[in-house]
Every structure is written in structure tokens, then in C-alpha cells.
Design a protein around this ligand. Sequence first.
Ligand code: SDX
Length: 426
Amino acid sequence: MSGKKATLTIDGQSIDLPVSSGTMGPDVIDVKDVLAKGYFTYDPGFMATAACESKITFIDGDKGILLHRGYPIDQLAEKSDYLETCYLLLNGELPTADQKAAFVHKISQHTMVHEQLTFFYRGFRRDAHPMAIMCGVVGALSAFYHDNLDINNPEHRQIAAIRLIAKIPTIAAMSYKYSAGQPFVYPDNKLGYAANFLKMMFAVPAEEYVVNPVLARAMDRIFILHADHEQNASTSTVRLTGSTGANPYACIAAGIAALWGPAHGGANEAVLKMLDEIGSVENLDKFLAKAKDKNDPFKLMGFGHRVYKNFDPRAKVMKQTCDEVLAALGINDPQLELAMRLEEAARNDPYFVERKLYPNVDFYSGIILKAIGIPTSMFTVIFALARTVGWISHWLEMHSGPYKIGRPRQLYTGPTQRDLVPLDKR
Ligand code: SDX
């Protein structure tokens, strides 16, 4: 509480509303007292609503700043790795060498899934979208852990977090293998987190698979860049689901479902489809016109952001990684050239400049994922894999103190009360 207050005057009556300050970012006006005066606040899309207090991630959209527990995303991407970032998000501090070793070992002890879980995959058609499989299989995990689903038990909450972070790469790789008609590959605990995922994705029994360290490092960095992002739509879904007391596996499955939308985590897959549709530089003007046409549903996928009105700091690191990976692999991807020309054209177009629409995390990620060999249908699965730590960190944070069930109200504009006319008289 800052001691500051805001005064709202309606129909001659004043309501004093307390104002709270965080360590960074805008002050917040606590509006719950308007209810006692017979009012709701109204904020569709939560454009100006702080739904909770959190210490995990801070975003300054105007300055293009993203901090995880105070550390800038570019420093984490450059100087740490994904499991270190997971430890930081979960615990609030970067691990010491001993703490990291213990955490990595703990994760490695939970990378396998129950053998019965493999039967869930067989219920899907081989051409099922892997995100559909992820929603189903992750939600089903709760059926395997009846002995520790007491969300009021801190130890149960912690083991659920470890299990989800450890198993989500295995489940994700299995969703790809199933669609490819290839046998599932068990985790190899001798490998690092990202390398293990690549082996589970691409190894086949018929030959030895050696992980390319350049691709493993790029994959790990992509995981870091997608790990958490404050109260985005899927994280808010996890918190809202968690506020009902639902088990953590159900909450993460809800987050996966929310992430799937093309306006959110589905954008990386949509960017590649958009670049395919644009086809060549000659068509850029036509598609930019479509993106600006209010009567045309087409949007520039990978552009714009609810919070960032500046460059998404993750997009900068993603573009650097893109250049490194393509150079290391000797790939000259025409889609990268097209993406760069599209970015340049949009950055010089008043429509995009006035609306502060910049490339976001999804704009370049698909090009790297394609270079690594990840099929387009798996792009959002990669996002969900990496974001699992963010979702579960917010779920843990919510359960670490008092919380209330989330239950928004509405502005009702439907019919006023009326009496029913019996069918034979209508
Ligand atoms: C992610 O929230 C998070 O943190 C999400 C995320 C995370 O890490 O969790 O960062 C991940 O979801 C990134 C965003 C991925 N989505 C896309 O790339 C899809 C394309 N982007 C748009 O759909 C849009 O920009 C959103 C959904 C991302 C943001 O939408 P907002 O905040 O509701 O903004 P808006 O739609 O009100 O846009 C403001 C104006 C509108 O025009 P006007 O009404 O002012 O004339 O900008 C226009 C929009 O039409 N606009 C676009 C556009 N994005 C916004 N016009 C063309 N192309 C676009 N991409």
C-alpha cells in the first residue's frame, strides 16, 4: 500500500480508493470498494487490469524490458540455460553450482512417463494436431498421481512442478513421434534438457543419433525465451483454473488449450503459414494492404503485442539466434529473407508505426525451429513445453498465500425480467 489514494466521484458521491505501488511498473488502484457503492469496473480484455500481485516476471512494454526475477531476458539467454532459468522462476534466485546440480538431477529422475500413458496416444488419429494430444495427455497425468494431488500440501505442489517440467519434453516428443508413425524414444538422462528433447524427437531405433550441439544450444535458448511472460492469456488461464482448487495437471492442460490460439502461442505456426502465403517479396505490398484493411481478417502474424509497444526483447535475441543457427548450418533460408523484408516494410509503414506494432517473440522463432528440423505443427507444442515452467511458477506463487476464486462480473445488456408465455400461446 502506498498511502496514496484515488477519489472517484459518481453522482455527487465520492469513493476513496487505495493506491498500491510495486517495486517497478505502474501503481494500481484497488477498486473492490466500488462494489459496496453498487458499481462494477469494466475492462474487457483486461487492458488496464492487474489481476494479481506477482514477483516472477516484469515487463515494461514501452521500453521493451523483460525481467525474470529481476534478470534481463537477454542476459539469461546469453549466460544461463533453461534449467537454471526454471530454478530461478520457481525459487526466486539463480542456483549455486551445487543447487543447480541437485535440481538437474531431480528433474532427470522424473523424465519418463508411466508406460500406461502411451496408450492415450493410440486413441488419437495419426494426423491429430499435436496440441490436441498435448491438451489430452497432460490433463490425463492427474490420473497417475492420486497419492500426491493435495494442493494444500507444499510437498505435493513441489513434486507436481518437478514432474511437469521433467515430463513435458517427453510428452511433447511422443506427440510428434506418434504423428510420424515412429516408435517413442525414451529419455536419455546422460543428455542435457534440450539435447534430450531433440534425441526423443529425432532418434530412430535403426541408427545411432548424435545431437548437434549448435541445435541443442539454440533449442535451449528458445526454451528460455518462451519460459514466462507475466499475466499473458494462458498464464491467466492457469491462475484462474488454479483458483478453483483444480489439480496442477488440469491447470497446465488449461494453459496449453489457451496457448493454442493463433493470437497467442499459435502465432509461431501461423507466421510460417503466412510467409508461405506471401510467397515472395513482390507480394509484400499486397499483404501489407490486407493487414491494414479492417474488412480483411488477415493480420501480420508475429507482429504486435498487447504489452510491447516497442521491440519485444525476445524477438531481438531470437533474430540473433536465427542468424547464428542458419550460419552454423550453412542454410540460406529464403523465408528468413522474406521475413526480414516484411519486417523492414512494416517498420516503415505509418499504419504499423502509429500503432507501435513490432515483431514479437513469434516472428523469427519459426524460422529457427524449421532449421532445427521441427515440423510446423510442433511449433506451438515447443512454446507450451517451454512455458510450462512459467505456468507452474505462477500456480505455485498463487498457492503460496491466500487467494480467492476468480469470478469476474459483467455489464449485462440482455432482456429485462419478463414472464414466460406457455408454448400453446406463443
Ligand atoms: C504472444 O500476452 C503475452 O505476453 C503473449 C506472449 C507470451 O509470451 O505469452 O507474448 C506470446 O501471444 C505474442 C503475440 C502473438 N500473436 C501474434 O503475433 C498475432 C498477431 N498479433 C495480433 O493479433 C495482436 O497484435 C495481438 C493479439 C498480439 C495484440 O492485440 P491487442 O493488444 O488486442 O491489440 P489490438 O488488436 O487492439 O491492436 C491495436 C491496433 C488495431 O488496429 P486499430 O483498431 O487501432 O485500427 O493494431 C492493429 C489492430 O487491428 N493490429 C494489427 C496487428 N496487431 C494489431 N494489424 C495488423 N497486423 C497485426 N499483427
